[in-house]
Design a protein around this ligand. Structure first.
Ligand code: HEC
Length: 387
């Protein structure tokens, strides 16, 4: 989202940490050295390098970046010492000097506790069907403590030693998905009160596919709650995937258009085709009229998922725009003609500061919106990793 030189090197550093650890896990797995837990290779250590603290603590991030440079120099010196006999002594003497001179960051900032599933990612593809499955499981297993709206005010909440957190806030976006999965399946313990269980474990009752579906549902629900409370989506939310039929072609998943912008029109008649977007008409669950668009999605689950993400039970007439990466960026409310800057619900802080105050609405609202969306792609940091 923002592109200051500082953000660029920090993005690069966080990307390197994440990529490096993922590759390490893949290599361990390829060598048969990684156990498989919940369907994917398990992280074998109790800690991992993390980006979440680095985003906050730039000084430590800088130390870590320099330390990586020093370590690279150490590797180079060792290689030269191997290859080049005569000055070998000097190269070897450089190694301890470099290691001492490196500005090692504080371990407690760079290392965070890991779970075996820390590096696992969701296999669901954030489909409408998965969100619908999560909804049922949530009602059955979680609502008593976490409440229907996820704010932690279920009927059992007051009787617990620890109050359940607000799942509609940034929590789900702060944690790595794999860590959330682990907590749902294995419960949580209180660090302060001698490791007493705070949330029960669900492994045995639910499997990993259930837990991934629950995460999809909770994210969709959190987005809807944010929109109701704040009027925006402060945490990026994807467009739920659904099957789409265009003309007489066989149905294909919306995700297969990734790389193009997508406009979803919930009910009614689709507006004129626009070459800048793929337009999909989402038919209402009870709708029987003939589809008035080239591309149509006929999915009650998708209707429900978008209603949840928008925090409304009156979705008919709402338009949505997703960007080329599949993030939901803008919503046009029912009955509103044209697009304006206010419809951009997922934006960067810098962008909102940069909008001109009192500027006249541009003639082509949609064009202006698209230009902004493209110029400011979502930089999504989750669990300290950029996604
Ligand atoms: C008996 C009450 C109870 C039930 C049932 C329950 N939770 Fe929790 N949940 C809690 C409490 C209490 C916490 C806070 C734990 C803590 O911070 O130590 C929590 C925390 C969480 C968190 C945040 C974990 C984190 O990383 O901080 C998630 C996610 C979560 N619950 C999901 C679920 C899901 C999904 C279900 C249903 C499958 C569920 N919970 C069922 C009580 C419950």
């Amino acid at each position: 989202m923002n592109s200051t030189p500082e953000a660029d090197w920090l993005n690069l550093l966080i990307g390197l940490l994440q990529g490096g650890q993922l590759q390490l896990l893949r290599v361990l797995d390829a060598l048969g050295l990684a156990r498989h837990v919940h369907g994917q290779p398990a992280w074998p250590w109790a800690h991992r390098l993390s980006g979440e603290n680095l985003v906050i603590d730039l000084g430590q991030a800088r130390s870590l970046a320099w330390t990586l440079v020093f370590v690279a120099l150490v590797v180079l010196a060792l290689m030269l010492a191997l290859l080049w006999r005569r000055p070998r002594f000097y190269f070897l003497a450089l190694v301890p000097m470099l290691l001492i001179a490196a500005p090692w960051p504080e371990p407690q900032v760079v290392l965070v506790p890991a779970t075996p599933t820390s590096f696992q990612s969701s296999p669901t593809g954030f489909t409408a069907a998965s969100i619908a499955k999560g909804r049922v499981l949530y009602q059955q297993n979680c609502v008593a403590c976490h409440g229907a709206d996820g704010k932690g005010e279920g009927p059992l909440a007051a009787s617990l030693a620890v109050w359940p957190p607000d799942l509609s806030g940034p929590l789900l976006w702060r944690r790595a998905d794999g860590d959330l999965l682990w907590r749902i399946l294995h419960g949580t313990r209180d660090a302060q009160q001698g490791g007493e269980p705070t949330m029960p474990r669900f492994a045995g009752k639910l499997d990993e596919a259930d837990a991934w579906a629950l995460l999809d549902y909770m994210k969709a629900q959190g987005a809807g709650q944010s929109l109701r409370a704040l009027g925006s989506w402060p945490q990026p939310i994807g467009l739920p995937d659904m099957a789409v039929r265009c003309g007489s072609h066989p149905p294909r998943l919306l995700a297969s258009w990734r790389g193009q912008r997508v406009r979803i029109v919930a009910g009614g008649a689709a507006p004129a085709e626009d070459p800048r977007l793929v337009t999909v008409l989402l038919r209402p669950p009870s709708g029987s009229e003939a589809p008035a668009a080239d591309c149509v999605a006929d999915s009650a689950a998708a209707w429900e998922a978008l209603a949840l993400i928008t925090g409304t039970d009156r979705l008919a007439g709402t338009h949505f725009i997703a960007d080329r990466d599949g993030w939901l960026r803008a919503r046009g409310e029912p009955g509103k003609a044209g697009w304006s800057d206010d419809d951009l619900l997922c934006r960067s802080e810098r962008a909102s500061a940069a909008t001109g105050q009192g500027a006249a609405p541009p003639a082509d609202g949609l064009g202006a919106l698209i230009a902004r969306m493209d110029a400011q792609p979502v930089r999504f940091v989750k669990g300290g990793f950029i996604h």
